[in-house]
Design a protein around this ligand. Structure first.
Ligand SMILES: [Zn+2]
Length: 57
C-alpha cells in the first residue's frame, strides 16, 4: 500500500495535472504592439514540474 502511494505521488507514474501559472507575450522586435506568439508556463499540481511552450497567435 505504501509503495503504491509512493509510486502515485513521487514516481513518474502519475498523469501530470497542468495548471497554467503564467502567460507572456512574445514580440518579434522591441516596440511591437501586438505579440506574434504567447509563451505559456504550466506547473504540475502533483509534482511541481514546470513546462513552457509557445502558442502562435
Ligand atoms: Zn506531475
Amino acid at each position: 500500500m505504501l509503495r503504491l502511494l509512493r509510486w502515485l505521488f513521487t514516481g513518474d507514474g502519475h498523469l501530470h495535472k497542468w495548471v497554467r501559472i503564467g502567460v507572456i507575450g512574445v514580440f518579434e522586435k522591441d516596440g511591437d504592439s501586438t505579440p506574434v506568439a504567447k509563451m505559456v508556463t504550466q506547473e504540475c499540481e502533483h509534482c511541481g514540474k514546470i513546462k513552457t511552450f509557445k502558442i502562435k497567435n
